[in-house]
Design a protein around this ligand. Sequence first.
Ligand code: ADP
Ligand code: MG
Ligand code: MG
Length: 887
Amino acid sequence: MTKWVYGFSSQETAGNKSMKDLLGGKGANLAEMCGLKLPVPPGFTVSTQACMDFYKAGKVISEEIKNEILAELKKVETITGKVFGSEKNPLLFSVRSGARVSMPGMMDTVLNLGMNDHSVKTIAKLTDNPRFAWDSYRRFIQMFANVVMGVNTSILEAQLEDLKEARNYKEDTELDAEDLEELVDVYKQVLLEEFGKTFPQDPMEQLWMSIGAVFGSWHNPRAKKYRQMNGFSDDWGTAVNVQTMVFGNTGDTSGTGVCFTRNPSDGEKVFFGEYLMNAQGEDVVAGIRTPAPINEASKNDSNKNFKTLEEVMPKAYTELVEIYQHLETHYKDMQDIEFTIEDSKLYILQTRGAKRTINAGLKVAVDLVSEGLISKEEAVLRIKPTDLDNLLHPRLDAAAKKEILATGLPASPGAASGQIVFDSEVAQTWFDAGKKVILVRQETSPEDIGGMNVAQGILTARGGMTSHAAVVARGMGKPCVAGCTSLNISEKNKTLRVGDKEFGEGDSITFDGSTGNVYAGVVPTIEAEISDNFAHFMSWADEFRRMGVRANADNPHDAKMAIEFGAEGIGLCRTEHMFFAPERILAVREMIFASTELERKVALDKLLPFQRSDFSGIFEAMDGKPVNIRLLDPPLHEFLPHKESEIEELADVLGLEKRVIEQRKESLYEFNPMLGHRGCRLGITYPEIYKMQVRAIIEAAIEVSKKGIQVYPEIMVPLIGTYKELEILKFEANEVIAEVFEQTKTKIKYKIGTMLELPRACITAGEIAPIAEFFSFGTNDLTQTTFGLSRDDAGKFLPFYEARGIYPNDPFVSIDEAGVGFLVNHAVQEGKKANPDIHCGICGEHGGDPASIDFCERAGLDYVSCSPFRVPIARLAAAQSTLRNKK
Ligand code: ADP
Ligand code: MG
Ligand code: MG
């Protein structure tokens, strides 16, 4: 037989903290605390399984469950010596929801359940405190009406305010017993007249209705939305905790509060909390009155004049101190504790792992290890890798006044403010003039790199989390909000309209790439600061990590940053960005427009010194760490001139007519550039291009190694579909390299390998491996080609696929294990079989995503590579994967 209801009391407890799935987080911890003999008011938990049964039965609580509840209720009566529904000695309950993870959107707590017209009088008499009795009753009606009957209680609250005004009171506590009795009558009347609902007097009916309402709240729209956003299952259900009431509102020897065993904003080991005297439940959080500090350490500017709990009720405070220490040692983690004091007697109502800022999280983890409470492994597993992101970027000053204009996708974290500019050239000119700019565009393209590079941040109206703007911004570590569809941008008129507001070039704007919010004007930001705890903590992560972590970086600046963040090499150095600089693009275009091999060589010779110095800079920055350089990859039309002036300039240099340039441009047009003339196909058709690049790489490597710096270049051929492509290109590269060695009379170590980004390459990896020294999975393109969809066009349908549950999540963010993952696994296995020395890594966007990193660990990859700012995340995620997969 299934057990549906679990009693908890200091006498007898059926549950414990490991039973969160069945009892919910709150219920499991209440049971655990009872096991520790802490002063927890007795009660029982109706399980999450009962919630599922409730839905199966068509939203009714079965007789079997009802009987178990009644049996547990009897036990509580025996323990407390009170009787639920009795007129002489009434027992009152709180009814509290609690899923396995704390979840906003679930039902609010109902306090004082069991109150009715009779019991209120008995309680008034028994406690000799009529004010308290009527206050509890009116609170109950208000909460029950709102939470269980589903009535919008602003009308009831208005009645309370009216009465206060009529009596000339400022605080709720000034209402006396008669006032409150009057209010109860008014409440009942309003419920009947305005909403046609009778407030139920029968406590049993109140209880069944409340339990039903908690179960019912599992499927309310807010809770559902929250689960969907967090990937939580609808099948978990919520538990219901029914617990004996204790009263913080009996007068000046009572109160209620919340405390943290350490400071949740910086992690300092100081006991920290707030309380309210003569108050119940949510009053502390609701902000009706300013709460008082529990001790000196908790004082701040707004509460420093209040008496502390330590001063007012020293005995209860001392007990609270003992209990918090006990709980922290027991749970081996910083706790968030809710307590109530009834006539100087302390009760504990909840404990849970405290929410904390990332800085506090790191400090607590490091401290708990040095206090001997947890091991380094446990500490490393405690921090959520993506939370590290907040450490590395400036954030908005929480205290600053701000008005949200619009919300887009949180594409790249960090806060940015500056003057609006609508094109990249203006961005660069203004930047040179010392201005801070925000690049605002419909969407960005490779030509915007320069502008993006100097902007504080990038804001776009179109595009998703993997749009050009988002990917490049993350790579640069620049804040970005993408796909902010309510922005109306006219790049031509240089205006930005949002609702009825209009901004022009030069107007100030602020946004937060961590939340997607956009604000008018300048909102003050706080710079990121990296603590010693961070370094200390990360050194543990590195100790446990099996995979290497590299960075994707295209220039010395990013390479240096990557090293600072702990990168062990460069996993992807793209060469195309190097071609966009104003002094080079002309030579690139000359090369593209060349009609003979000789002409092309002349143009390429102009590019060679540029490329060589690009690579020298990166090799120097990487100081002995491997650098993986990908040969030219994008279709040539990305480099074509668009502006009239650019076309004229090119025509001039080449001595051609503009008409000829236009014709050549047209001839480069492709129906499907993603699957067109790009990647190694460029190397096959124009061998001179790759030869120039290989020469630049090796000459730079030799030059730098002569300065006494170790250099490990890895030359990567993109987009191969068959081993033959690699065979040819490798042969040609080796020819050039032999030539350079011969000319310089120097030899260095290098590797030649390939990017696996086409399904055919993965499938035939066994043929490719013998001629490749490494495989690097380019999972962006591999995802596009496996799914047969273009990332740049997916914005139109991907949201529908996610909303309808066809794709569990965006396959460009988290690797699709069943499809793309299958190919990766196959390629690694076949590759290693054919060439045991082959070195395997990943260099797509997925390299910085913790779930994908976990996949890479299981697939046996040697390293992951991601944008410099994600390197710490990847280091931690990789360490956690090693630890988790070892277990
Ligand atoms: P939440 O999940 O929103 O924290 P809780 O179920 O913890 O909701 O209830 C909120 C508050 O209600 C508690 O912090 C406590 O002050 C009050 N409360 C809950 N149960 C009781 C009880 N048995 N006696 C007195 N107060 C209670
Ligand atoms: Mg609580
Ligand atoms: Mg690619």
